[in-house]
Design a protein around this ligand. Sequence first.
Ligand code: SF4
Length: 108
Amino acid sequence: MQTSGKTAFECTKCGACCVAPDIAALDKPLGLRCPHLGDDMLCRAYESRPAVCRSYEPDQLCKEIEAPTIEERVAKYLAHFQLEDEAERMKATGLTSRAAVHAAMKAK
Ligand code: SF4
């Protein structure tokens, strides 16, 4: 469907946008799963989710990263933004707080 020059995309409920990006409002580092994301790929904090989640709109990337598993979708999402290495470095810290991860990486 075309709307005012922009193509509208449906959310595929794939969960990748709740795992791949760095989300400051949730203190969630790049590449780590949001603790509110359920196994069904739906938000368990839907009514109280932060504004950044409320305003997120599906786009062409949602189609581009389609894959059978969440791991594959997240990998494709990170690759799209060339963030695979950074996500690996953050994961290697073993920290789950965005602020702590950034502080640890800055100290290196
Ligand atoms: S709060 Fe909900 S919508 Fe936002 S990243 Fe977490 S699971 Fe996704």
